[in-house]
Design a protein around this ligand. Structure first.
Ligand code: SAM
Ligand code: SF4
Length: 321
């Protein structure tokens, strides 16, 4: 599918829940009311949507949340997604709290990769950021995934209090394990609005000092916007997703389906289409495909991070990242 600006759109992020077992301070407020169950798409509805989206050219699906592993039936849903004709990759983004027990099933269903959110290696800081004392559980889940041979990427949103020593320690994971770690700039969305970010370039400068052999890594690392670096002796690579300081909308390849069935055409833009109403109103496959195609064509040129006023209300936990 080609949009109005000539970009090929083949990647869909699907949020299956707005609920989460953590409360990351830049993502989800403590008192956020949950969306009532009847407003959340049922798995059959999401699968129908994804199957039709695949017929239109979607090839890669990332399942997200809230925390996807808290929704009952997530594993069977992933298995069903893997079976959809036309879908080449199914991956999962998780905070890792419930990962350890899920690893054998994820391996069995042939998941193509997993993103684990981990902003710090310090258990106390982890608790300050996420509101929960779960660092060791996440670490064990991650190690289980690595041991099992799952392709693991870490999503790290460095916080203002983080230090160059910590960035180096995080990057060292890519040397010691076959892991890609991406430093993601904190985005001014929902709870992230008003918080300070650490620029990717600041971190890269510190890493260059610690790892003088660090060079741009041209090998493919998936389908996202990160640029990667590696150094001699590294098993994985260190990536940067500088969405704020370095707009990469020109090469954007994705759209997002929220757990309520709203197709968001851009992470930070209110435009989109309510597919829940369409799915529940008896629309034919043909009608849904056409609506999807037309919506994707209208994908906005770029995000609206720089606008001071709120362009929309959702938090990242409601969008899915
Ligand atoms: N709960 C899962 C997780 O944490 O991976 C999936 C959903 S979470 C919303 C997806 C990603 O969005 C996480 O890696 C998280 O760090 C990131 N995220 C949340 N709020 C953000 C913000 N304001 N700026 C940048 N990334 C953010
Ligand atoms: Fe939950 Fe993920 Fe948001 Fe943290 S980033 S509150 S784990 S949805």
């Amino acid at each position: 599918m080609i949009d109005q600006f000539g970009r090929e759109i083949d990647y869909l992020r699907v949020s299956i829940t707005d609920r989460c077992n953590l409360r990351c301070r830049y993502c989800m407020p403590e008192d956020l009311p949950f969306i009532p169950h009847e407003k959340i798409l049922r798995y059959e509805e999401i699968l129908r949507f994804c199957g039709l989206a695949a017929q239109e050219g979607i090839r890669h699906i990332k399942v997200t949340g809230g925390e996807p592993l808290v929704r009952k039936g997530c594993i069977d849903f992933l298995k069903a997604l893997k079976g959809l004709p036309g879908i080449e990759h199914v991956t999962l983004t998780t905070n890792g709290v419930l990962l350890k027990e899920a690893v054998p099933q994820l391996l069995e269903l042939g998941l193509d990769g997993i993103n684990i959110s981990l902003d710090t290696l310090n258990p106390d800081t982890y608790e300050k950021i996420t509101g929960k004392n779960q660092f060791h559980q996440v670490w064990e889940g991650m190690m289980e995934a690595v041991r099992g041979g799952l392709r693991v990427k870490i999503n790290c949103v460095p916080q203002m209090e983080s230090t160059p020593e910590e960035w180096v320690a995080l990057a060292t994971l890519c040397r010691d394990y076959p892991i890609d770690l991406r430093f993601i700039e904190l985005m001014p969305i929902g709870r992230g609005r008003g918080l300070s970010l650490v620029k990717g370039d600041t971190i890269l400068t510190a890493l260059r000092e610690a790892f003088p052999g660090l060079v741009l890594d041209e090998r493919p690392h998936g389908f996202g916007p990160a640029r990667y670096y590696t150094a001699p002796g590294f098993q994985g690579a260190v990536g940067f997703i500088d969405a704020v300081s370095n707009c990469f909308c020109e090469g954007c390849n994705r759209v997002r389906l929220t757990s309520e069935g709203f197709l968001k055409l851009c992470l930070s833009h209110p435009d989109g289409v309510d597919f829940r109403t369409l799915l529940r109103s008896g629309a034919t496959d043909q009608e849904i495909r056409k609506a999807f195609q037309e919506a994707v064509f209208k994908k906005p040129r770029r995000h609206q991070f720089e606008l001071k006023s709120e362009t929309e209300t959702p938090n990242m936990s409601q969008i899915g990242g």
